[in-house]
Design a protein around this ligand. Sequence first.
Ligand code: NDP
Length: 435
Amino acid sequence: EQRNPAQPEFHQAVHEVLETLAPVLEARPEYAEPGLVERLCEPERQIIFRVPWTDDHGHVRVNRGFRVEFNSALGPYKGGLRFHPTVNLGVIKFLGFEQVFKNALTGLGIGGGKGGSDFDPHGRSDAEVMRFCQSFMTELQRHIGEHTDVPAGDIGVGGREIGYLFGQYRRITNRWEAGVLTGKGPLWGGSLIRPEATGYGNVLFAAAMLRRRRGEDLEGQTAVVSGSGNVAIYTIEKLTALGANPVTCSDSSGYVIDDKGIDVELLKQVKEVERGRVDLYAERRGASARFVPGGRVWDVPADLALPSATQNELDADAAATLIRNGVKAVSEGANMPTTPEAVDALRQAGVAFGPGKAANAGGVAVSALEMAQNHARTTWTAARVEEELSGIMNAIHTTCDETAERYGAPGDYVTGANIAGFERVADAMLAQGVI
Ligand code: NDP
C-alpha cells in the first residue's frame, strides 16, 4: 500500500488473488522463487497522457488518458478501454491485474492490459465523442499494435467509440491493421457475436455452475440483472433464450422491475438506439414494469443474480438479502462487482459463486477470435463463433472446478480461477526468465 498509495481497488484485487494462492505456492516450490509474485503485481508499463479536445461550444477540455500494459508473458497485452468519470490509475490497474488472470484462463494466447479515461460520455454529442476519441487515439496509437497491445471496449466504450478510435488509428498510421482493436463493426473487421459475447458467456457459465452444483438447468429460474449496458443487455437476451426469466435491469439512477420479464428488444431500442435511461424503458413498457429510483436490484427475490454494471455494486447487505431470498447462484458479468465481505457471505451460505475473471471471460475470448479472423483475413459465421464461445466457457468452468478440487477447495470457483490463471502466467514467466 505504501508503494501504490490511494489505489484501493487495485489493493482489493491483488489481495483477493494472493489470499487464495497459498496452496499452490506450497505445492509447487518453483513458484516461491523470489520476485515472481512481486513481478506479477507490477505492471510492465504504465502510460498516462493528456487528452485535450474541444466541446461543441468551442471550449477546450482536458481529460487524462491511461493505458496499463500489465503482463505480456502469454501474448500481446489485451483488455478494454473504460470512459467514465471514476477512472483513475488505481481503477485501471485493478482491471489490468484481473485481466491478466482472466486472459490466461481462456487458454488463448493473450496477455493482460487495460486503459481508459476520466471522460464522461453522458450528455455529450456524437461530434464531441468523436473529437475526444480522435485526441485519445492520437497519443495511444504510439503504444499499441496488433502484435503489441490490442484494446477493446468497456464501460462507456462501445461500437461507436471503437469506430472513431479505429478511424483515427488508420488515418495516423496509414495502415489497415484490423487486429489493433477489437469490437469493430462487422463491415470493417469485427467478429460476429463479439457484442453479445460477455453477456452470453456469463449466462453459459452460470448454467454450467447450476448443472454441476445442483443438477438444475436455467428453465424457469428467475434472475436479477444489474446494469443496462452491453453486458446486461446480452445477459438478459441469453437468459430469456434459455428459458429463464430476467426481471430487472438498472443504471446509476435506479432500477426497473418487470413482472413479465425484461423485453430485450425494447431495452435495446431505449439504450442502444435512443441512448436513454432505464426509466424510459418502464414508461414505454406499460403495466408490467415500474421504475424504482435510487433502488438496487438485489432487493428483488430471485434464483440467480448476475451483476453486470460496475465494481463493488453488490455489498454485504445486498448479499444478505439475496441469501435470505434463497439465491442459488451469483455470476459476475461485471469486473469485481461483489465486495470481499459479500463474496465471503455467499460462499459460506453455499451459493454457487462465479468470479468475473472466469464468468465474464467470454468477451475477451471472442476478442481473441476476432484477432484470429483479422490475421487470417476471414470472417466466421455467427454460429461458428457461438459454438467456440460455448466450448471456451465450458472449458473455463471445468478448469476452475477441477483446479479448486485439486487444491482442496471443491466448489470454490474463486480459488479455482485464481490458481488456474496464476499457473499459466507463472509458468510462462518462469520459462522466459527475469524480465
Ligand atoms: P456499458 O457502458 O455498456 O454499461 C455500463 C452499465 O453499468 C450502465 O448501465 C451504467 O449505468 C452502469 N454503471 C456504470 N458505472 C456505474 C456506477 N458507478 N454506478 C451505477 N451504475 C453504473 O459497460 P459494459 O456493459 O461494457 O460493462 C459493464 C461491466 O462489465 C464493467 O464492469 C466491465 O468492466 C465489465 N466487462 C465488460 C466486458 C465487455 O465486453 N464489454 C467484458 C468483461 C467485463 P449509467 O449509464 O447510469 O452509468
